[in-house]
Design a protein around this ligand. Sequence first.
Ligand SMILES: [Zn+2]
Length: 359
Amino acid sequence: MKKMTGRLLSISAALLLLTNSVTAFAEQGSANIVSASSVPESAQSAQAGSGGSASEGTTEKKSAPIIMNQGVRQNSYELGLGGATVTMIKGKESGQQLAIVVKSNDGRIIVVDGGFKTNAPYLGEYIKANGGKVAVWLLTHPHVDHVGALDVMLEQQRSGNPKDFAKIDLGEIYYSFAPMDFYKAHEQEYRLPVIQESYDDIAAYDQSKVHYNSPAGTSFDIGNVNVQILNQPYLFDIDTGNNSSICYMLTINGKKILITGDLPYEAAEQLLKDRGAAALKADVVQLAHHGQHGGSFAFYSAVGAKYALWPTPQSLWDKRDEAFTEDQQTYTIALTRHWMNKLSVEQNFVMADGDWTFR
Ligand SMILES: [Zn+2]
């Protein structure tokens, strides 16, 4: 009964959202909408808690509602993508990952990252259910919560004993990792084996299908989806793997979706400098680094998205109401949420709720 109440609340909440009349809902049961009034005073008043972004404005804009439909899978939302769909996949994972599957209006598939190794079966089934053939695979950076699933698929395909999900046509792979020697010099040591594994797996793949280090500005179309590569990996000696994230701008039926991978503050500021604010403008932004310690206020201000995709698990999302400080010593989910509120993001879609499909 409680569950049913949650579903009904979810539906009525969605209707209310559509009519723009939501003001406040208490968090309750399996469907929640958190309004500005639910944000703790500590977060609302912390004007300076911007993680080093001096350019942050001082005007607190009307806060956006946070959509949550916990327990409801295959949440879907109409963005007007002209027959294409974009799905952020949670699958069966409970941790943070990034796995996005785009289906163009002519049925071709683009995968962004793919998530953990343990996400491979779910992702594989998902791709199979959508034709079993990937046109293009776009990688952001070689951390296991991003490249793990592809590594598994590549390894299974060349093992000669492929499991079901490895029968997929993996298509063309776009990747631009930093040089291995640079990771060896600066990346946390425990991450090096997966980075090497990714390098090796891609090196063993059909090289006629591999695009390495494409220049910034490289652009191509898959059906009605235009993909633009915004950068080559930035080489920072701190947070090196994340700072090497590649950003992709997807333009679908006039709507722009910015993929940021795990782009931290340093690379975000550099990208903003290199490309300029106009090139980053988007309707939808994937929040960098799972919604914490990613991007910057200036970066997200330039993007100016109406919709925020949080590739954020429940364990992190649970911290959204915590107080935050300028030193950013803790998870900064609350800080990022504060930024989204200040930037008048209209809706936040959170991976913790399950797969989200945009149409
Ligand atoms: Zn990540």
